[in-house]
Design a protein around this ligand. Sequence first.
Ligand SMILES: *[C@@H]1O[C@H](CO)[C@@H](O)[C@H](O)[C@H]1NC(C)=O
Ligand SMILES: *[C@@H]1O[C@H](CO)[C@@H](O)[C@H](O)[C@H]1NC(C)=O
Ligand SMILES: *[C@@H]1O[C@H](CO)[C@@H](O)[C@H](O)[C@H]1NC(C)=O
Ligand SMILES: *[C@@H]1O[C@H](CO)[C@@H](O)[C@H](O)[C@H]1NC(C)=O
Length: 438
Amino acid sequence: MIKQTQKTPPILYVLFFLSMVFQLLEGLLITGYGESPALGGLDLEKVEMGDLSRSDDTSIMHLPDDCLAMIFHDLDTRIDRDSFGLTCRQWLHIQDFNRRSLQFECSLTILHPSSLSTKGSDVHTIHLHRLLRRFQHLESLSLSNCRELNDSGLTRLLSYGSNLQKLNLDCCWKITDYGLSLVASGCPSLISVSLYRCLGITDKGLETLASACSSMKYVNISYCSQISDKGLEALTKWCRQLQAVKMSHCESISGVGFEGCSKSLVYVEAESCKLNPEGVMGIVSGGGIGYLDVSCLCWSILGDPLPGIALSSCLKILNFRLCRTVSDASIVAIAKGCPLLEEWNLALCHEVRISGWQAVGVYCQNLKRLHVNRCRNLSDNGLHALREGCKNLSILYLNDCVRLSSAALELFKFHRPNVCIKEIEIMCKPYWEFIDTG
Ligand SMILES: *[C@@H]1O[C@H](CO)[C@@H](O)[C@H](O)[C@H]1NC(C)=O
Ligand SMILES: *[C@@H]1O[C@H](CO)[C@@H](O)[C@H](O)[C@H]1NC(C)=O
Ligand SMILES: *[C@@H]1O[C@H](CO)[C@@H](O)[C@H](O)[C@H]1NC(C)=O
Ligand SMILES: *[C@@H]1O[C@H](CO)[C@@H](O)[C@H](O)[C@H]1NC(C)=O
């Protein structure tokens, strides 16, 4: 690509690659290269540039790889790093060696049901094999939405997956338990795995993964319809640093698989799950839960399974949206038991009545955001109780409460001018992963 003549002073090479503007456009996105360590220890004087330039057969091309790697780490922009890699084969290896994350164009398409049916550019086994051989030190790999990729695409992880901490297989429909067993064998350092809508995986695959990757902290199994409490049990048993689990729309999960989970478990998203009372006790059994979403609870035959939540005294954000059967007894217990609660979504909880609202008013003194949209049993007295209590409230999400009079609403506004009343339903959702692999 670049002809090098013996006479060019080495420093010009540096200036040259710094100013080159080449783009690598292979449908491949260049993301981070990890933390760039300071250029500590690399003192250009010590390399004796003066001497180098006088000698005919010595040049910057003779710098050892670790020095080049240091220079590479100090390049700030993607353009500079690409230019560096395009200088020569050796420098390209330095660049490849330092790539930490890889993600594909198909992963960027927003996962709308409509986009799921259109066939985008996909990543095939052969591409992935080549790329994994080229970038052998990846810490983060996203294959989400690679719908053509099958288990054999993952075989190279056996050789090159040992540094991988974060793997996203969202909507990789062809991946099965066998694929997960390859990940389990190849990627012992895995911290985060996302398997959203991997319809081919079962409890067996999750068990294999959990037993091999015991450092896992973040696990997304939302819409994995074949996963049940048995899979969760394996996660609970092997992954004692587990922090967050997303399992929305896993209709075979009751929650009992969490029984005995570690205190590190702080985040559980279980929208539209069939939780039962024992399952709820299981989820809170570790004692660390701070964020819990049990919205759209779809198991109402047994009545209200939620009173056990009162045991999670660290709880800060609680989502009960569309839990139509949640009773006043649960609301009272939780209001008393969870004094740190800052946000509580009770939208469409029609069975919450006056004693429930009174308990919220009296006990939820840290509550900042409360959602009561479309609660059919929020009466004027209920709103009065909220008005008199909840001293820290700053936002009340309220609309369509059929039993509220406009006079009661005006009184609320008059007595609590600092509370902002919003009609649009928005729920605060903290980011579930706090790791950053660059
Ligand atoms: C996986 O896909 C490749 C094509 O990308 C195909 O050659 C191979 O037979 C498939 N393997 C299995 C197990 O289906
Ligand atoms: C995890 O699951 C949710 C659904 O709860 C999904 O929207 C999200 O994109 C998934 N993937 C990641 C990497 O968070
Ligand atoms: C509201 O409360 C009344 C009694 O106060 C009850 O009969 C009714 O079922 C509750 N729920 C709804 C959705 O109205
Ligand atoms: C309201 O919140 C602040 C912190 O934001 C806290 O210091 C204060 O004690 C709370 N007020 C009440 C009445 O608990």
